[in-house]
Design a protein around this ligand. Structure first.
Ligand code: GDP
Ligand code: ADP
Ligand code: 5GP
Length: 214
C-alpha cells in the first residue's frame, strides 16, 4: 500500500487496573514498530518486572513537584495514591515525525490531553469480561500486595464510569483478538484525511496525469 506522509496518532488506552492494557500494548509494540509507549513519570515503587526508563521513569515526590511547577508536564494525575504524569518533551517531536505514541493513562489524564491535543487523539477503553476475572488477573499478575489488589478493585468502579468519554470500547476476553481490534483502530486512525499531510499534492499529480492523456 502507498504510504503518505502523515502526522502521528496519539493512541490513548485506558481501563481499570488489570483489564489488560499492558498486555495488549506489549503485543502491539511487538507487531508494529511505528508505535511506541509514552514513558510516564511516576512516584510509585517499581514492580520487579519493570525497567526504569522503559515502563516508567521512577521519580520521587519532590522531583515530580518541581517538574509540574516548571510546566514540563502535558498532563498529570494522582492514581491509587501515587502521582503519574506525561512529560511534554518528545510527544510533539514524534507526532511531527509521523510516529505514533501509545498513552497508558487514566481518565483524569485523558481529559487533560483532550484540552490540548484533541485532534491528535484516538481513545480506547478496555473492559474486563467480569469482575471475578479481573480479580483473577490481578492475582495472577502477582505484582501487587493483597491490599493493593483490593484498592485497585474498588477503584475499578470509578474508572469504569468513564467509559463513555472514549471513542472506542472493547471487552478484553481473548487477548489476541483484542490486539487485532486495537490494530484495526490504529490502522483507521492513520488513514484519517486530517492526518495525511501530502494528499493535496498527490491528487494534483493524479490530475496532471489525466490532463497529460490529452
Ligand atoms: P481506597 O481506594 O478507598 O482505599 O482509598 P484511596 O485513598 O487509596 O483512593 C481513593 C481515591 O483517592 C483514588 O482515586 C486515589 O487516587 C485518591 N487518592 C489516594 N491518596 C490520595 C492523596 O493523598 N491525595 C489525593 N488528593 N487523592 C488521593
Ligand atoms: P493492566 O495493564 O490493564 O493493569 P495487565 O495487562 O497487566 O493489565 O493484565 C493483568 C493480568 O491479566 C496479567 O497477568 C495478564 O497476563 C492477564 N491478562 C491480560 N489480558 C488477558 C486476557 N485476555 N485473558 C487472560 N488473561 C489476561
Ligand atoms: P500502574 O500503577 O498499574 O502502572 O498504573 C496505574 C494507573 O495510572 C493506570 O490507570 C494508568 O493508566 C495510570 N497512568 C500511568 N501513567 C500515567 C500518566 O502519565 N498520566 C496519567 N494521568 N495516568 C497515568
Amino acid at each position: 500500500m502507498m504510504d503518505f506522509a502523515r502526522r502521528g496518532v496519539m493512541l490513548v488506552i485506558a481501563s481499570p487496573s488489570g483489564a489488560g492494557k499492558s498486555s495488549i500494548s506489549r503485543q502491539l509494540f511487538a507487531q508494529d514498530p511505528n508505535i511506541r509507549l509514552s514513558v510516564s513519570i511516576t512516584t510509585r515503587t517499581r514492580r520487579t518486572d519493570e525497567i526504569d526508563g522503559t515502563h516508567y521513569h521512577f521519580i520521587d515526590v519532590p522531583t515530580f513537584e518541581k517538574m509540574r511547577e516548571r510546566g514540563e508536564l502535558l498532563e498529570w494525575a494522582e492514581v491509587h495514591g501515587n502521582y503519574y504524569a506525561t512529560p511534554r518533551e518528545k510527544v510533539e517531536e514524534r507526532l511531527s515525525a509521523g510516529k505514533d505514541i501509545l498513552f497508558d493513562i487514566d481518565y483524569q489524564g485523558t481529559l487533560q490531553l483532550y484540552e490540548n491535543c484533541r485532534d491528535d487523539m484516538v481513545t480506547v477503553f478496555i473492559l474486563p469480561p467480569s469482575i471475578a476475572e479481573l480479580r483473577a488477573r490481578l492475582e495472577r499478575r502477582a505484582q501487587d500486595s493483597e491490599g493493593t489488589i483490593e484498592k485497585r478493585l474498588r477503584n475499578a468502579r470509578k474508572e469504569m464510569e468513564h467509559y463513555s468519554e472514549y471513542d472506542y470500547v472493547l471487552v478484553n476476553e481473548d487477548l489476541e483478538q483484542s490486539v487485532q481490534m486495537v490494530r484495526s483502530i490504529l490502522a483507521s486512525a492513520r488513514l484519517q484525511r486530517g492526518r495525511q499531510t501530502r494528499l493535496e499534492g498527490f491528487v494534483d499529480e493524479l490530475k496532471a496525469q489525466i490532463d497529460a492523456l490529452g
